[in-house]
Design a protein around this ligand. Structure first.
Ligand code: DAK
Length: 258
């Protein structure tokens, strides 16, 4: 891959968007590479958590690549949008847990790709924002949909209409960032969080992720029905037998399903 790096260690994949000269801006080639990488990861049983980050100390992702978009036709713009839609949806729905390690600017498409992850950990130098309307467009990689679901309609509208950049503490305060940590400790913190998540089993987490993602896009009764069905499915797993038996035997459970 030309614009991405991937390292897998202890069942954790660290995917790094690697275009530091343009602050890791997303061009079509990078979007296609992300899509291919997520397609591979979703099939791999040896990866249980994905950490997505940007190369360098200054930026996570500074948005879609403006130099590529400036002369793009409507048809090319749509093609780019569809590519991002596919890649981000795949990221959002993959069976693995996904953590965005936000190491600096997360603007436009950068904020949007972080929101397609399950959890956002912000370095203390992180800055979030949706500057698109200032460029004569609107957030098009999911910002108008995922941001209000995370922070509420009023705050999402304020961020999108004013294009204000907010720091990590403010992102934490409004629920956009799950945690804020010193920049130097960001990756270590994310890996520890990954290890903690993995120690709690995988299949139950994958089912819970599905119940949350699908449930939030439907009405409450359908979401509760889905939850009941997935709950029933969890009873068919070895992890359920082992988890409950271990509790009764007062020992640590060894959960292995994925
Ligand atoms: N695209 C291309 N290059 C970028 C870039 C970007 N988004 N952001 C930064 N760069 C480049 C700069 O041009 C500069 O390149 P050189 O001049 O060195 O060649 C280099 O990265 C370093 O940037 P700066 O010199 O500007 O660094 P500063 O520290 O002064 O400022 C900054 C950092 C992040 C505040 C600033 O670079 C900035 O404002 N960048 C643009 C941020 C932005 O507006 N991002 C949103 C992009 S719009 C679509 C759906 C969605 C989208 C697109 C299409 N469809 C459905 C089709 C999404 C759109 C967006 O994300």
């Amino acid at each position: 891959m030309k614009n991405l790096l991937m390292e897998v260690e202890n069942e954790v994949a660290v995917v790094t968007i690697n275009r530091p000269k343009s602050l890791n801006a997303l061009n079509s080639e990078t979007l296609a590479e992300l899509n291919e990488t997520f397609k591979e990861i979703e099939k791999r049983k040896d990866i249980r958590v994905v950490i997505l980050t940007g190369s360098g100390a200054k930026s996570f992702v500074a948005g879609a690549d403006i130099s590529e978009m400036v002369n793009a036709s409507a048809a090319e713009g749509r093609q780019m949008g569809m590519l991002a839609f596919e890649a981000f949806k795949r990221l959002e729905d993959m069976p693995q847990v996904t953590i965005a390690a936000v190491n600096g600017f997360a603007l436009g498409g950068g904020c949007e790709i972080s929101m397609a992850c399950d959890i956002r950990v912000a370095a203390d130098n992180a800055k979030f924002g949706q500057p698109e309307v200032g460029l004569g467009i609107l957030p098009g990689f999911g910002g108008t949909q995922r941001l209000p679901r995370l922070v509420g309609k009023g705050r999402a509208k304020e961020l999108i209409f004013t294009t204000d950049m907010i720091d990590a503490e403010e992102a934490y305060r409004i629920g956009l960032a799950n945690k804020v940590v010193p920049n130097a400790e960001l990756m270590d913190f994310c890996k520890k969080m990954a290890a903690k998540i993995m120690s709690k089993g995988s299949y139950g987490i994958t089912l819970a992720k599905q119940a949350i993602n699908v449930g939030l896009d439907t009405d409450l009764a359908s979401g509760l029905q889905l939850e009941a069905n997935l709950f029933g499915l969890s009873f068919a797993t070895n992890d359920k037998k082992e988890g409950m038996t271990a509790f009764l035997e007062k020992r640590e459970a060894k959960l292995t399903d994925f």
